[in-house]
Design a protein around this ligand. Structure first.
Ligand code: SAH
Ligand code: SF4
Length: 333
């Protein structure tokens, strides 16, 4: 499914045809052009040849059926992973990838370990949403939320990510509200500025993971270029422009960033009322150990006592290696 190519073909067709085609793809979620009966046969045949609707993929479902991972094959043989998280209240969140691999090499992240292969196109990003929109339609449900927390750093591929967000947000396409879309970054400050300018309603999440530059620099090499002070300054400017809350993600690594002292340091750093913290259970992938549940609770209590709104992320899909940081394209896909 190549949206750019479809757009190109539709340039020579009347506007109402484009509308019909979009309705067929994004609302009716057809998987075969022959189902698009509103379109003339000759156009359907052209589409069948030039913009097939099939999305080649392999899926894995977790035991509790609450998360589903799709490895979606790209034209050049690489594959990219997207994850569906089914919440109990019928919310369906799709976690999308923005790059194949990632150049930032955070030590705790599998995607970082595999290195950087290439940027995804807007079409390849939107296709991940389309795949799961079709999937949940079979259960009479809709994709309600999007998070850019799959493989890659979205702000290092902003041109394509921006186009993809437009497709996700536009009522003629997926029509998912801006407030239901979140972008997570390792702290690329130019990206934070662009998000405030281009999509002031979209949620921003910052991967923080340490309360000081020394430790953060060890865990996330990108901290050398974008240290904490610069990131927090960019976040404050973002809040000034958008008046939106900002989520700080903090993956709990046993004996590394989870001490009570570090909780207090973090509390001092994040004292602004519109800051929130999301504590993430580490999904083991060799290098570190996860913090025990009890200790996460203690860490959370310290932040809360300091007046910081703190959540603990439910762990989705560890049994299918779909949890964040475990997304890595493997040869077998
Ligand atoms: N590159 C962006 C977005 C993708 S990573 C970023 O880093 O924010 C999405 C989230 O998964 C980040 O918060 C990241 O720190 C977290 N993550 C990476 N590896 C993880 C692991 N092994 N266990 C739990 N979370 C992890
Ligand atoms: Fe890249 Fe994010 Fe993984 Fe770091 S955590 S390597 S920025 S995908």
């Amino acid at each position: 499914m190549n949206f750019e190519k479809l757009e190109e073909i539709m340039k020579t067709e009347p506007a109402y045809r484009w509308k019909q085609a979009k309705k067929a793809i994004f609302k009716d979620l057809i998987t075969d052009w022959n189902e698009a009966t509103a379109l003339p046969k000759i156009l359907r045949e052209k589409f069948l040849r030039e913009v097939p609707l099939r999305i080649e993929s392999e899926i894995l479902s977790s035991k509790d059926k609450r998360s589903v991972k799709a490895c979606i094959k790209l034209r050049d043989g690489l594959s990219v992973e997207a994850v569906l998280m089914k919440h109990t209240d019928r919310r369906n969140t799709v976690c999308v990838s923005s790059q194949v691999g990632c150049p930032l090499g955070c030590l705790f992240c599998v995607t970082g370990k595999m290195g950087f292969k290439r940027n995804l196109t807007a079409s390849e990003i939107a296709r991940q949403v389309l795949f799961f929109a079709r999937y949940v339609k079979k259960q009479d449900e809709k994709v309600t939320n999007i998070v850019f927390m799959g493989m890659g750093e979205p702000f290092l591929n902003w041109v394509e990510v921006k186009k993809a967000i437009e497709i996700i947000n536009d009522d003629n396409y997926f029509g998912i509200g801006a407030r239901k879309i979140s972008v997570s970054t390792a702290g690329i400050i130019e990206g934070i500025e662009k998000l405030a300018r281009d999509f002031p309603q979209i949620n921003l999440a910052i991967s923080l993971h340490a309360p000081d530059d020394a430790l953060r620099g060890e865990l996330m090499p990108v901290n050398k270029k974008y240290p904490l002070s610069k990131i927090l300054k960019a976040v404050d400017e973002y809040i000034e422009k958008t008046n939106r809350k900002v989520m700080f993600e903090y993956v709990m690594l046993r004996g590394v960033n989870d001490s009570e002292f570090q909780a207090r340091e973090l509390a001092k750093l994040l004292k602004y009322p519109l800051y929130m913290v999301n504590l993430i259970a580490y999904n083991p992938n060799g290098r570190f150990e996860p913090t025990p549940e009890e200790k996460i609770k203690k860490f959370k209590a310290i932040l809360e006592a300091a007046g910081i709104f703190t959540t603990q992320r439910y762990r989705f899909g560890t049994d299918i290696e779909a949890a964040c940081g475990q997304l890595a394209a493997r040869k077998s896909h």
